[in-house]
Design a protein around this ligand. Structure first.
Ligand code: ADP
Ligand code: ZN
Ligand code: ZN
Length: 735
């Protein structure tokens, strides 16, 4: 008798036993195949975990599966084991976790068949387009011209720096059409001769040294700590070149930011080899096809965001994580995994190198490097002729500010524009103002769903909660005292844009934040303007901090540096240091030297002083000491159990019971102790009360065991359905 142990995408922490489908030879069933199974009144797509000889249930109670979907395992056995390890480590329901790792179409039961890659070509209308048409749409004309000699895929679009929006515009005009093209080669005849389609840069000594240290034959994790602009990408590219020459594949993970096409473009320009991209900007079909090309070994370089780390790969030879400190590598809901940490386990199992690159390492990573578990590689100098920017702090205590700007800051902007350069103004707060206040009675506009203030927006004119998305009109009079003296307090990007435009009426001011880049082509259009090199002022949020290369920006002004110092989240200062360093790194990245001015009320705070007068590395070591004294990660292991409900009591009681049970199982000690249940930093959000129970342990093992038992208990709790609860192992976001 063969019993099938199957994982289903349900929130239950268990697998399900079925009998083989009637018309299938049980000997053909292998772990990693999908089957369609009956589940209550539904049919679900399940993943076969194991073929067993017995079940804990009586056999006559088991139902047969309905049909086999795959005729070969979707996921190789070793890889399946690794994914199951992750589900277990992150305390996630196994089915939920496994299905999260798959492209949407595979989750739904679609066939895992290579049907080809999406390409674009001229339509009949496009072929008949008169010469000189589309004059006013340069990029569209460029694409039409390119297509005159054939068709193009997504990677080539990135190579040519042509955006999705351009493609969409031409599709809408019926000038081009989409079609699928099967690779015209097999695995054995992948076209990569010659492998390079551009000449690599000549490495400087530091880069050469770093590259030479990367052992491609064995597992080692490397922290490539390189100042912004030090040429980390060139090191990745040359390491990948060697991996490809060995006949292996490279997996590159990048943060979830608008820069994906630019990054892909850089890889595509270098290598004449198939690249698969896996990120949220793709259609479900494209994602599935990319995943299959990666799995089959047809794609040799795989570039993607967080979940790409789970892609099964035929001949993986290296994993590279760019900007490894970026919070987007941790999933914050559902299957709460860390792509970076999973990558480390994967690299170890597959015995390949892992390269973690950043200018601002996460404290966990830095700790691993300092302890010798990761090999520490340094790039201290900027590559090429670029010089490091000169930092100066502006003490704004007791200064009269003009719209939030110190006169020194405005002088610096003025001076920059006079020299024909560009200035970047960083304000990490979108909207017009963070607070709407009654001058007469002190009333503030609060969100009705959250413990938060509504943000004032001017365009369009409304109040907006950035936590739950609740929106409302801006009142003419105070709802409490009817006074008309209602004021917007504080500076957001929208207001600073207006103010700067008034102060510098003859200069173009570009605002870059989530609101101005929502439209498809908006970011690409703004980048075009910036890269044209004309003097301008960029005002923006952390969207400006990451990865961008702005050759004409010679001044970066950070308007309020202090926020993170007093954050309720213990990671606040770390994030602040990373953000300031990354934004500062946008200055002077090319031939022109750069300068950074930082407005602060706390320039003599020891952390701020270290960051400003030394560098992120010293700052991070100081934070590590604080973490050590505070018994916090990376010196301790943390897990939090989060619960939220309509009524504060239910969530609180639920966690209190979890704590009581935990104390019975594992009395609080130095080795493992509890904090809470306590209200979350924002207790009420989206009309729910939120509580947390923190567990802090010296070792992973006992923490894992305890969490497993607690999870079982909570799942069976009578209130479990009324309460949203989750376990977050190695949490990154304490809010
Ligand atoms: P990072 O990722 O470390 O911030 P990049 O890899 O983007 O830095 O490199 C910054 C700039 O320096 C890029 O314009 C790149 O082309 C250039 N660069 C990198 N390495 C070299 C080199 N060895 N010689 C000259 N220029 C280089
Ligand atoms: Zn009032
Ligand atoms: Zn809200």
């Amino acid at each position: 008798m063969k019993i099938l142990e199957i994982a289903l995408a349900t929130p239950l922490r268990r697998s399900f036993d079925y009998l083989p489908p009637a018309d299938t030879d049980p000997d053909n069933l292998k772990p990693g195949m999908r089957l369609r199974v009956p589940f209550g009144h539904q049919q679900l797509c399940g993943l076969l975990l194991e073929v067993k000889n017995h079940s804990s249930l009586p056999v006559k109670k088991l139902k047969p599966a309905l049909a086999l979907i795959d005729d070969a395992p979707l996921i190789p056995l070793e890889h399946l084991k690794l994914l199951r390890w992750a589900a277990n480590y992150y305390q996630a329901p196994v089915g939920d976790a496994l299905f999260t790792t798959l492209p949407t179409l595979l989750r739904q039961g679609a066939a895992a068949v290579l049907s080809g890659e999406t390409h674009w070509r001229l339509s009949t209308d496009g072929k008949g387009l008169p010469v000189g048409a589309l004059k006013r749409a340069k990029k569209q004309a460029e694409l039409i011209k390119t297509l005159q000699s054939g068709h193009i895929n997504r990677t080539e679009l990135c190579r040519l720096n042509i955006s999705r929006a351009t493609v969409k515009a031409l599709l809408d005009k019926n000038l081009i059409e989409e079609f699928d093209l099967l690779p015209s080669y097999t695995i054995d005849s992948i076209p990569h001769h010659p492998l390079l389609s551009e000449t690599p840069l000549l490495l400087n000594i530091e880069q050469k040294n770093a590259l030479q240290h990367i052992d491609l034959k064995n597992y080692t994790a490397y922290l490539l700590e390189g100042t912004t602009g030090s040429g980390k990408t060139e090191v990745y590219l040359q390491a990948i070149e060697r991996v490809l020459n060995d006949g292996k594949q490279a997996l590159v993970l990048i943060p979830e930011i608008g820069l994906t096409p630019q990054t892909i473009g850089r890889f595509a320009r270098r290598f004449n080899t198939p690249i698969a991209t896996l990120h949220s900007g793709l259609s479900d079909k494209e994602r599935l096809q990319g995943w299959l090309r990666a799995r089959e070994g047809i794609a040799r370089i795989i570039i993607g965001t967080r979940s790409a780390v789970f892609t099964p790969l035929k001949e993986l030879g290296i994993i590279i994580i760019d900007e490894e400190h970026d919070p987007s590598f941790k999933q914050q809901d559902g299957f709460r995994y860390s792509a970076r940490d999973f990558a480390a386990v994967r690299a170890q199992r597959e015995n390949i190198p892992l390269v973690l690159g950043t200018a601002t390492p996460a404290l966990e990573t830095l700790h691993n490097a300092l302890e010798g578990r990761y090999k520490h590689l340094h790039l201290m100098q900027r590559a090429g002729n670029a010089k490091p920017p000169v930092l100066s702090a502006i003490d704004i205590r007791q200064q009269t500010l003009q719209n939030g700007f110190a006169s020194e800051t405005l002088d610096a902007i003025n001076d920059t524009l006079d020299r024909g350069n560009q200035a970047l103004v960083f304000i990490n707060r979108r909207g017009y103002a963070p607070t709407l206040l009654c001058h007469d009675c002190g009333w503030q506009a609060l969100c009705r769903n959250c413990d938060a203030r509504m943000t004032v927006h001017q365009r369009p004119f409304h109040l907006h909660c950035h936590h739950c998305d609740h929106q409302g009109p801006i009142p003419q009079r105070c709802p409490d005292c009817q006074s008309p003296h209602i004021q917007a307090m504080g500076q957001g990007t929208e207001r600073s844009e207006d103010d700067l435009q008034q102060i510098f009426p003859n200069t173009r001011v570009l605002r870059i934040d989530r609101d101005t880049t929502r439209k498809k082509n908006a970011m690409a259009d703004m980048l075009d303007i910036i890269h044209s090199g004309d003097p301008c002022i960029l005002v923006g949020t952390q969207m400006l901090a990451k990865g961008h290369h702005f050759p004409d920006v010679t001044l970066v002004a950070i308007i309020d540096a202090d926020g993170g110092l007093f954050s309720a989240d213990f990671r606040g200062p770390e994030r602040m240091g990373q953000l300031i360093t990354q934004v500062a790194g946008r200055a002077g990245r090319a031939e022109k030297p750069g300068r950074v001015v930082i407005q602060s009320h706390c320039i003599d705070h020891p952390l701020m002083e270290t960051l400003l007068n030394y560098n992120y590395h010293h700052f991070a070591q100081m934070l590590l000491k604080e973490r050590y004294i505070g018994n916090l990660p990376p010196y301790r292991y943390l897990a939090i159990i989060k619960a939220e409900s309509k009524f504060a009591n239910s969530a609180n009681n639920f966690l209190q019971q979890a704590r009581n049970l935990a104390e019975q199982l594992h009395p609080s000690s130095v080795q493992l102790n509890y904090l809470g249940p306590l209200p979350a930093i924002m207790e009420r959000r989206n009309d729910r009360y939120r509580f947390q129970l923190q567990i802090n342990a010296a070792k992973r093992g006992p923490l894992q065991q305890l969490l497993k038992l607690l999870a079982q208990h909570m799942e069976n709790h009578k209130d479990a359905r009324k309460i949203r609860w989750a376990i977050d192992v190695d949490p990154q976001d304490m809010s």
